[in-house]
Write a protein that binds this ligand. Structure first.
Ligand code: PBG
Length: 334
């Protein structure tokens, strides 16, 4: 019995032959990682010249805007092409109508300008969802206890327009409202922002792996209920494909699967089916689990980090949003 057509049998076929030397293993390696595979998520906060560690994400901090030029220079020197901004919004700025989300001088928009001024070549990606600005922590506007779709999309379009005019290169709608990709694309075309990309969080599942992130952006204590009426049911893979197909049809340039590692089947299926640039978000809870286990010395942090990142590439992803971006890039460069 041969395993593949025309394949030799043992002992002519000794698969261990190609594993016998490090150089041979490298020669036949199917998947590789490079710093340009990573998008680096950075949490920003108001204030001056400070960083504030996030307890549920060991090793990750929030940074004031004056620290961003330095971080952008680090990204550039490491070969990381893109930074993704997430704002910690002061509780006093959270309202029911979420108007801070599209304020021209909100934290995100100031952060975009500071990075683009300092390092114009470093791409800036944003998050489009109302949760950092919402008094009840939801990604959409809440009326009578419901997250209402169409009014939220109008708000998201204003938010995206403000980010694009601040200089964002990539808009990242993570809200899971219906119709938002088409509405954002129409707005960008009308405003002359033809080259602003949309990386849609198309297959975003309702996951318990986002909790550390919600701490980081100050949304944990405010969230009322859950996000099950808009984020996907973890049980559904066909539905994820329909969401990706829909977003591509509405004008998404790139798509994302989120969370990452427990959803590699979705990444693989998406890449096979659609052949568009596909990203995975290795989310805060995945990062926190790896850190927790490696801090206990149950696993080796560096090895697990690379094994997990490589898994995304093997599953077909073109890139990964990961909190490990600078650490992994530094090791890859050394
Ligand atoms: C905002 C948003 C979330 C994440 C990215 N954008 C949280 C959520 O949907 O509740 C999570 C990222 C992470 O956990 O690292 N909608």
């Amino acid at each position: 019995m041969s395993y593949y057509k025309n394949q030799a049998l043992f002992p002519a076929y000794r698969p261990r032959r190609l594993r016998s030397k490090s150089a041979l293993r490298e020669l036949v390696r199917e998947t590789t990682l490079s710093p340009s595979d990573f998008i680096w998520p950075i949490f920003v906060m108001d204030g001056e010249d400070s960083t504030l560690p996030i307890p549920s994400m060991p090793g990750i901090s929030r940074h004031t805007i004056d620290r961003l030029p330095g971080l952008a220079a680090t990204a550039k020197s490491l070969g990381i092409q893109a930074i993704c901004i997430f704002p910690y919004t002061e509780p006093s700025l959270k309202t029911e109508d979420c108007r801070e989300a599209w304020a021209a001088n909100n934290l995100t928009n100031r952060a975009i300008r500071s990075i683009k001024e300092a390092e114009p070549e470093v791409l800036v990606m944003t998050d489009i969802a109302l949760d950092p600005y919402n008094i009840n922590g939801h990604d959409g506007i809440v009326k009578d206890g419901q997250v209402i779709n169409d009014e939220t999309v109008e708000a998201l379009v204003k938010m995206g327009a403000a980010q694009a005019s601040a200089g964002a290169d990539i808009l990242g709608p993570s809200d899971m409202m219906d119709g938002r990709i088409g509405a954002l694309r129409t707005m960008l075309e009308q405003n002359g922002s033809h080259n602003v990309c949309i990386l849609s969080y198309s297959a975003k599942f309702s996951s318990s792996l986002y909790s550390p992130f919600r701490d980081a952006v100050g949304a944990s204590n405010v969230l009322v209920g859950d996000k099950n009426t808009y984020q996907l049911d973890s049980a559904n893979s066909d539905e994820a494909m329909r969401m990706i197909a829909r977003d591509i049809a509405e004008g998404a340039d790139m798509i994302m699967v989120k969370p990452g590692m427990p959803y590699l089947d979705i990444c693989y299926r998406a890449k096979m089916q659609f052949s568009v640039p596909t990203f995975a978000y290795q989310v805060s809870g995945e990062y926190a689990m790896i850190q927790a286990a490696s801090n206990q010395k149950y696993v080796d942090e560096t090895k697990i980090m690379f094994e997990s990142l490589l898994a995304f590439k093997r599953a077909g992803c073109d890139g990964i949003l990961t909190y490990f971006a600078p650490k992994a890039a530094e090791i890859l460069n050394s």
